[in-house]
Design a protein around this ligand. Structure first.
Ligand code: SF4
Ligand code: SF4
Length: 777
């Protein structure tokens, strides 16, 4: 065993006062709880007992385990100790509703003669009520945390045992004070509004983020004490400080955001209200109570947003998009760019950073694509040049064959997307302009053949992996192509939006506007806009992600909850997003290198194949399968675990989107200038020198500012919150009682949080600057 780990495991401090105090408290609580439980079994639940005892255990781990011994050697372990005392232990202790059990647990004489007179004291009660008011508890908590993390008091606490005890006592007391208004243990009856807790928790998270960022990004040790102690586990004082900052940042933020989410949901949807998905045929939907508040009813209405903001109403842009040849006008320039890219990829220098095929698709197109999905929607499918030769193909190849029924799912596209992710790493596609050019050629030929032989739209709907990526990610886009007024559709008899009119095709992916919901399978081609004689279709704003938790029938798609192929696609995209980003961070690359050496010089593709198999198949299958089984059992959901996995997998979409967004925007924002020298070089090779000599210094990535890391974390935070909320909303449609819904949701919430932690870890790692010329600046 590693000597440092061995020493750690053997370093249990001997603190009899702590152990006896904790054991005595536990014994008193258990005695009182048992008595109360005997009298009112339903009110005094085992959960409270477990929470309280776990809270005491957290205190013991913080102060009586090797963490205490090593906290003076590693700042990161000291931070773990602080988080246990500030967040974990106090919250768990309050969740144990300790007042009555502790009172009942002490001998009667002590209670009657000593404790009750103190508790009856009005002045004391008033003082505690004021102290535990959010407006008092928050400043006290923040002041305590910041004061003790200032260099001078922190150093003082490290060098003096008594002040170290004082620091821990302050943290634990401040933690109890902070979590009291959040948890409100019985029998407290707060007089203030629960809404106060929303800014309360947000401010707590903001101060936590600022303090942890100061620690994470400091380029010198803030606490000189740690420069004087031996270096452990190869962690220098500055690195150790960054790790401490991260520990405070990520689990700390989760500790504030999870209760914020729960409280927000409770405020918006008071307990007792259920959200049955009447039209969904969802698992367990028939058992849902019909008692809906107005807000939920509004959400469950069919997609009727006739008065939302409509992009087609914007003066110049709207007119352009309504123009029948708008798509062609966007496709033609991109087709020219694609042609130039292919020629440069085939004939230009095979150095990714100076070749248009090395920079345009892997840095610019991916970055702009994901940013467009975030801001507007699937407009890149609209401008897609691969479908341009479609009409020609139909004329040459005869078009009209029906795509085989057994292929009318996403399984083929899933296989192609997994193949792409594997090939990307195995053959370093980003680093090969030649491969990139051949992929683009293959794409043109594939689209030409499929849409030439089969009905138009077949390639987009069933084959194209990029299209599937866009369809899934655009489920969280703010805009959707949909009808302006359902009443107009109700009186329409001609249905040109799906049948087409003389010159304009109807929807080629078979989405009938009156029953279309969400962006799934919508290429934003706007044929329905041009075909509808009543001008009843718009590109209308809506609540991002709302379609993820609805499970109504959708034209051309069916029910989300009955499409395991869609669920598998989502799981692949979520885990693929993490794996794709992880494949280019330092520790994972080192691990792969070590593995290669250990396996006797396995070729690169062998290791990447192993990595792809584990990250894209084994881990997702085990994680989602396990979580679905636990969720089904805890929530007592009818239906198989596959049904549960299918329905809940939609909750993962926002977090997966956050990962892709964070990853692709990183490359785009750090390396967008690479297009300059690549274009100058391509023109120079053609003999056109008017763009000047290639400025190769632009091919070097820009320095990564702290703002970019914060932006990436923000994207992930947004994904986390929307994923948690979506999971919760889905759970409400699956179980018959609120408590069961929460039990069904809990395993998915844990999986989402674990994926979030993995994503944050990835963005904090040094990332390979692919497609750039390091050192050219
Ligand atoms: S053609 Fe227009 S009005 Fe008729 S069903 Fe389609 S979208 Fe509605
Ligand atoms: S609904 Fe169909 S026709 Fe309308 S924009 Fe989407 S894919 Fe095109």
């Amino acid at each position: 065993m590693n000597p440092a780990i061995d020493a750690f495991l053997r370093s249990w401090p001997f603190n009899p006062t702590l152990v006896l105090s904790l054991l005595l408290t536990a014994a008193i609580y258990c005695r009182g709880w048992l008595e109360l439980h005997r009298r009112a079994t339903l009110r005094w639940h085992e959960r409270q007992l477990a929470a309280f005892l776990t809270g005491l255990t957290a205190v013991f781990i913080a102060l009586g385990s090797p963490i205490e011994s090593f906290s003076s050697l590693l700042l990161s372990l000291h931070m773990v100790q602080h988080l246990l005392l500030l967040m974990v232990a106090p919250a768990l202790i309050w969740l144990g509703a300790p007042f009555f059990p502790l009172l009942r647990g002490v001998p009667e004489a002590v209670r009657v003669n000593w404790i009750e007179p103190v508790l009856r004291n009005r002045g004391l009660r008033r003082f505690f009520a004021r102290l535990s008011h959010p407006l008092a508890a928050l400043p006290i908590y923040i002041a305590t945390v910041w004061l003790w993390h200032a260099p001078v008091p922190y150093e003082w606490a490290l060098r003096s045992e008594s002040s170290h005890y004082l620091e821990h006592a302050c943290f634990f007391a401040a933690g109890l004070l902070f979590w009291f208004p959040v948890i409100r243990p019985a029998p407290s009856r707060p007089t203030w509004s629960t809404w106060l807790l929303v800014p309360f928790l947000i401010l707590a998270d903001v101060q936590n983020t600022i303090l942890s960022a100061l620690l994470t990004f400091a380029d010198r040790p803030l606490y000189p004490y740690y420069t004087e102690v031996p270096v452990l586990a190869g962690l220098s004082a500055v690195r150790d400080q960054s790790v401490a900052g991260l520990i405070m940042w990520v689990p700390g933020s989760v500790a504030y955001l999870v209760p914020l989410f729960v409280i927000g949901v409770r405020l918006m949807f008071p307990v007792g209200a259920r959200v049955p998905d009447a039209r969904a045929g969802a698992i367990g939907a028939s058992r849902a109570r019909v008692q809906l508040p107005v807000l939920q009813l509004a959400i469950l209405q069919p997609p009727t947003a006739s008065n939302g903001f409509d992009i087609l109403g914007i003066p110049v842009l709207g007119r352009f998009l309504k123009w029948q040849h708008a798509r062609l006008a966007l496709q033609l320039p991109l087709a020219i760019v694609a042609a130039v890219l292919i020629i440069d990829g085939l004939r230009g220098p095979q150095i990714a950073a100076v070749n248009l095929a090395g920079v345009l698709p892997w840095i610019h197109w991916r970055g702009l694509l994901i940013l467009a999905l975030l801001v507007v929607g699937n407009f890149f499918c609209m401008a897609c040049p691969f479908t341009l030769p479609r009409r020609l193909a139909g004329r040459w190849l005869g078009r009209g064959k029906t795509w085989p029924r057994w292929l009318r799912t996403k399984w083929l596209a899933i296989a192609l997307f997994a193949l792409f992710l594997w090939a990307y790493e195995s053959f370093s596609l980003w680093n090969s302009p030649l491969w990139t050019a051949w992929i683009a050629i293959g794409y043109f030929l594939g689209a030409f053949a499929v849409d030439g032989l089969f009905r138009a739209g077949t390639f987009c709907k069933y084959v194209c992996p990029i299209g599937q990526f866009n369809f899934v990610q655009s489920l969280v886009s703010p805009f959707e192509v949909k009808v302006r007024s359902p009443a107009v559709c109700a009186s329409c008899r001609t249905h040109e939006c799906i049948r087409g009119s003389d010159a304009i095709p109807g929807c080629q992916t078979r989405l009938f506007q009156p029953h279309k919901a969400s962006n799934m399978d919508c290429t934003f081609c706007l044929d329905c806009v041009h075909a509808c004689p009543h001008e009843n279709v718009g590109v209308i704003a809506g609540l991002p992600g709302k379609e993820l938790w609805r499970d109504s029938f959708r034209s051309g798609v069916g029910h989300f909850g009955r499409r395991p192929d869609l669920a598998a696609l989502i799981v692949l995209l979520v885990f693929g997003g993490l794996a794709n980003a992880a494949g280019m961070v330092g520790p994972v690359v080192e691990l792969q290198d070590r593995l290669r050496l250990r396996m006797g010089g396995l070729p690169t593709w062998g290791v990447t194949t192993l990595f792809a198999a584990v990250s894209l198949v084994v881990v997702p299958a085990i994680a989602v399968g396990l979580v679905a089984c636990v969720s089904r059992s805890c929530g007592q959901i009818a239906g198989s675990w596959i049904d549960v996995a299918t329905r809940f997998s939609y909750a993962l979409v926002p977090l997966g989107f956050g990962m892709w967004l964070s990853h692709y925007s990183f490359h785009f924002l750090t390396s967008w200038e690479t297009v300059v020298p690549a274009t100058q070089r391509a023109f120079q090779d053609l003999g056109w020198k008017f763009l000047g000599e290639p400025r190769y210094q632009c091919a070097c990535c820009r320095p990564v500012g702290n703002w970019l890391l914060r932006l990436q974390i923000l994207f992930l935070d947004g994904g986390l919150l929307l994923s948690l909320y979506t999971g919760y909303r889905i759970s409400l449609t699956q179980a018959s009682k609120t408590s069961r819904s929460l039990s069904a949701f809990a395993p998915w919430g844990i999986l989402i949080c674990l994926l979030f932690v993995a994503a944050v870890w990835i963005v904090f790692q040094p990332m390979q600057m692919r497609g750039t010329l390091p050192g050219a600046a």
